[in-house]
Design a binder for this molecule. Structure first.
Ligand SMILES: *Cc1c(COP(=O)(O)O)cnc(C)c1O
Length: 387
């Protein structure tokens, strides 16, 4: 079969409406943060089902501000899974905190609850300050369970929900809990990098139900500057403002927000299409003993950012696909084995589940604009390899 262009594991989808939304903003009074950012925050908070949303320059900036807002300081220990994008851990290092990795569950590929519990039980209360569960690939972590544990040990939770806008789990009372809805995590973060569900180019969001954290994040986003008379020591007139703590310029632009708003309108059909594509892969591979498919229990509505299979001869399959114009990806090389984190003493053998997973994992093309023809080609190419 002939395919027109290379098929990556993820790709943005830009429509005429998206382009119109951006060009309209280009002709408006605001290019940097303005009314579109506020509109995007409101629409996103509504979509996720949380009280507050803070738009930011990217997901990493969002993580950084979360760590500052939760007062991460030198030596503070924070639990992070090794299978995630390095930024989930790096935000703790930006504040000079200590990253403590804990292994993943072999089926969900997210933080193993029992291992976290065992780790906490080995130390006095207060030994760990927080944890960063990651809704890996779109798998909604059962944060109700983690929240109970966090409360018992006086810890906060940052949910890295970059992979899971629109995903949810069903809690012990049968209630659907959207990823990032702020009912269990103190703060949650999202990214609008083009491979994620919603593309802004660069872009990020923090969601929360905590008003005090929200207020502080709004100040941190703009250099630590406030114009709120209630927060200022003095007031010299209409121009007056005070910088009350060390903040950053982590703002999103109105052009990016306009794109985000337009993309968010297609979130539901986009999710539906992601599920269709996943169902088709699952059907195609169900009789292939060499392929381990994603495991999704009934309590989880998967966000399906990534379709990750595990396969014995992964490198050969990766190369096979690459030479046939399919560009799969590996999510992720374990973070604890990055040279930077190895310099803190982490090493091979520390997390056997994550390391075994890494040997076999492969992310296949999954994005709403993937055509049936393209997906058929991907499936045929894989089945051909397995013969
Ligand atoms: C993409 C991603 C980030 C970082 O987001 P950026 O917008 O690229 O800075 C953080 N964590 C996870 C799990 C991600 O996938």
């Amino acid at each position: 079969m002939m395919i027109k262009k290379k098929i990556p594991y993820g790709r943005q989808h830009i429509t005429d409406e998206d382009i119109l939304a951006v060009t309209e903003t280009l002709q408006s009074d605001y290019l940097t943060q303005g009314p579109k950012v506020l509109e995007f925050e409101k629409a996103f908070a509504e979509y996720i089902g949380c009280k507050y949303a803070v738009a930011l320059a990217n997901g990493t900036a969002a993580l950084h501000l979360c760590a500052i807002a939760l007062n991460v300081k030198k030596g503070d220990r924070v639990i992070v899974p090794p299978i995630t994008f390095a930024a989930s851990a790096n935000c703790i290092r930006y504040c000079d905190g200590e990253v403590i990795f804990s292994d993943i569950d072999p089926d969900s590929y997210t933080l193993d609850y029992d291992k976290v519990k065992a780790l906490l039980e080995k130390h006095p209360k207060g030994y760990f300050k927080g944890m960063v569960p990651v809704d890996f690939a779109g798998y909604a972590v059962d944060l109700e369970k983690f929240k109970k544990l966090a409360d018992e040990y006086g810890m906060w939770i940052i949910e890295d929900a970059c992979h899971a806008p629109g995903g949810y789990f069903t809690d012990s009372k049968g209630v659907k809990q959207n990823c990032g809805n702020g009912n269990f995590a103190d703060l949650a973060i999202f990214s609008f990098h083009p491979v994620k569900h919603i593309a802004c180019g660069e872009g990020g969001m923090i969601t929360t139900n905590n008003k005090a954290l929200y207020d502080r994040l709004m100040i941190l986003r703009t250099h630590g500057i406030t114009k709120d008379p209630g927060l200022m020591k003095e007031n010299h007139g209409g121009w007056y403002m005070e910088m009350i703590e060390l903040g950053y310029n982590y703002r999103l632009t109105d052009m990016q927000a306009a794109l985000g708003i337009s993309q968010l309108k297609r979130a539901d059909p986009g999710m539906k299409r992601r599920h269709e594509i996943v169902d088709k892969y699952n059907l195609a591979f169900k009789d292939q003993p060499k392929i381990k498919m994603p495991h999704v229990p009934a309590s989880v509505f998967h966000g399906h950012h990534l379709y990750v299979i595990q396969v014995e001869n992964r490198k050969a399959l990766y190369d096979h696909l690459l030479t046939r114009d399919i560009i799969p990806q590996i999510h992720y090389i374990p973070t604890h084995l990055m040279p930077y984190y190895k310099s803190f003493g982490w090493k091979e053998g520390d997390f056997p589940v994550a390391e075994a997973y890494y040997q076999k994992c492969l992310s296949l093309p999954l994005f709403p604009s993937l055509t049936d023809e393209e997906q058929n080609y991907v499936i045929e190419t894989i089945l051909d390899f397995l013969k």
